[in-house]
Write a protein that binds this ligand. Structure first.
Ligand code: ZN
Length: 536
């Protein structure tokens, strides 16, 4: 069976997703990661459409790609103009890539109503453009835009457009479901008609959009029907509902269908690639993303957990390690003993729980969850809690007092100040700091105070802060739950606080976060100035 070629379009289609914008340097970093994971093709962008993409190709010229071929992307020549005089085609050639992907129209309605030209001129535009690029020594992939819609409207015309591209020398014809409205069971029949029309010398590819949530299904159906190239983006980023998600289509093809597209070693880098591109795009990660999401192999129900401890395949369709993910067990009010023990082990807590202890801990956790704590989203606090409940907790600092004040003058923004007094090994430290709000002021003051004793804290930062009212029916006495996400270069962790007071709840979550970070190996430095309050 032929291998399937993966063609990444994150740098073009992906960057059209709402809220996503990549600089040229970021694009290069992503391209190098895509190369590292063994993708066959990387679309660098559309040099005719924006200067950032032009800059990317300049940077890429100096980079070394070990596996991937870089493609420049553009459209067919303008109506009524010779290909050799078209500035967009000039820009495509100037990118210097040996491969160019061009798209053209397949749908008669688009040709006449949107582009405003004649049907025969559109076919000539496709033929001339591909021919011109071939004459200039480029390999050409042809993207048939709106092919499925065009085929439904006028199959003869749609087929004539791709035949023109193939005859002019395109080695791959990619059928695009540009509006994302095609259903998977329509794909094989249309592809069979395409194959019959083009003959066997031309590769067929699929480029699916996800407007019906079917981009992955359509891509798989296309491969079953003979496509040997799949276009997609990392995390499925793209305009509207996005594109085929490469982090899903690669494991489905390779692991489920046995179609060679990515080595086992490279599949293990998928989760890390997904996270890297998500971070670069500054998008909140989708925990439920198949294969690579944080929750993709997370188990919550007690019965499930005791079963997967014995037989992982009972509730998992595959081993998470194959795509670089790992199994997680969530602790929640559904939890039984097995969850707690499993989770403790996962967090690296070396505890042997006697039966009685473990029952006590579970009932303690259940009580706290009644009170509004939610440990399945707060692994950092859970670790601290288990240490406290098993009397293995070593307080690395103790709060003596804090004070937070907020000032507002007329229409000036609020200013928050915090003073924190803590003790480390019997030595006191007082610091004061400002912040954008009370929590940030507290964080700054605590960080400053601890920084004297634990210089390693510098690489830790808070990344998210969420507040939720737990019990709305009690009016102002309602409790709030504060969740804080923190990270350092190697880890991400979450902590929780619950109180009737938002500052108190925030403090609990902050203190747990610092304890979690410090408990992973920090020792206080000796000689820190003791008993010398230095409010600033
Ligand atoms: Zn697209």
């Amino acid at each position: 069976m032929d291998p399937v070629l993966l063609y990444d379009t994150t740098l073009r289609d992906g960057s059209q997703g709402e809220g996503i914008s990549f600089s040229a340097e970021e694009k290069l970093k992503i391209a190098l990661r895509l190369d590292d994971i063994g993708l066959h093709f990387i679309e660098g962008g559309w040099p005719g459409s924006n200067p950032k993409d032009l800059q990317f190709f300049e940077l890429a010229r100096k980079a070394v790609f070990a596996h991937a071929r870089l493609a420049a992307f553009g459209c067919t020549r303008k109506p009524g103009r010779a290909a050799e005089n078209d500035p967009h085609l000039r820009a495509l050639l100037d990118c210097g890539t040996s491969l160019v992907t061009v798209f053209g129209k397949s749908w008669d309605f688009h040709v006449t109503a949107v582009m405003g030209t004649r049907l025969d001129e559109n076919v000539a535009m496709i033929r001339d453009t591909v021919g011109h690029l071939r004459q200039n020594g480029r390999d050409v992939i042809y993207d048939a835009e709106h092919f499925f819609d065009g085929f439904r409207a006028d199959p003869g015309y749609a087929l004539a457009t791709i035949a023109a591209a193939a005859q002019a020398g395109a080695d791959t014809v990619v059928l695009c479901d540009t509006n994302g409205g095609t259903l998977p069971f329509d794909v094989p029949e249309i592809m069979a008609r395409v194959r019959a029309h083009l003959g066997s010398g031309v590769r067929m590819g699929i480029h699916a959009h996800n407007d019906c949530g079917l981009a992955l299904a359509n891509s798989i159906a296309a491969v079953q029907a003979g496509a040997v190239m799949v276009h997609g983006t990392v995390n499925g980023y793209g305009e509207r509902c996005g594109n085929t998600d490469l982090t899903a289509v690669a494991p489905v093809l390779q692991l489920k269908m046995g179609r060679a597209c990515m080595s086992e070693a490279n599949l293990k880098k998928l989760k890390s690639l997904s996270r890297f591109v998500g971070e670069t795009a500054n998008m909140v990660p989708l925990h439920s993303r198949p294969f690579v999401g944080r929750s993709a192999f997370a188990h919550k129900g007690g019965v499930h957990v005791s079963a997967i401890m014995k037989h992982p395949e009972a509730y998992e369709h595959m081993a998470p390690e194959r795509v670089g993910n790992h199994r997680r067990v969530l602790v929640s009010d559904l939890s039984g003993r097995s969850n707690v023990e499993y989770k403790a082990r996962e967090l690296g807590l070396d505890i042997e729980l006697p039966d009685a202890d473990s029952r006590r801990i579970v009932s303690e956790i259940k009580q706290m969850e009644q009170d509004g704590y939610q440990f399945d989203a707060a692994d950092g606090s859970f670790k601290v809690l288990i240490q406290k409940l098993t009397e293995t907790f070593r307080p690395l600092f103790e709060l003596e007092s804090f004070r937070v004040t907020i000032e507002k003058d007329k229409d000036q923004p609020c200013r928050a100040h915090a003073t924190v007094k803590i003790a480390v090994d019997g030595r006191s430290e007082i610091t004061a700091a400002e912040g954008y709000g009370p929590v940030s002021a507290l964080d700054n003051a605590l960080r400053k105070a601890l920084g004297r004793f634990y210089p390693d804290l510098g690489d830790m930062r808070l990344t998210d802060f969420k507040v939720r009212v737990i019990d709305g029916s009690r009016g102002t006495a309602a409790r709030v739950r504060v969740l804080i996400d923190s990270r350092d270069p190697d880890h991400v962790w979450s902590t929780i606080g619950v109180s009737e007071d938002i500052i108190e709840a925030s403090w609990q979550a902050l203190a747990d976060s610092f304890h979690y970070k410090l408990s992973r190996g920090a020792e206080p430095v000796s000689g820190a100035n003791s008993e010398s309050p230095t409010p600033r």
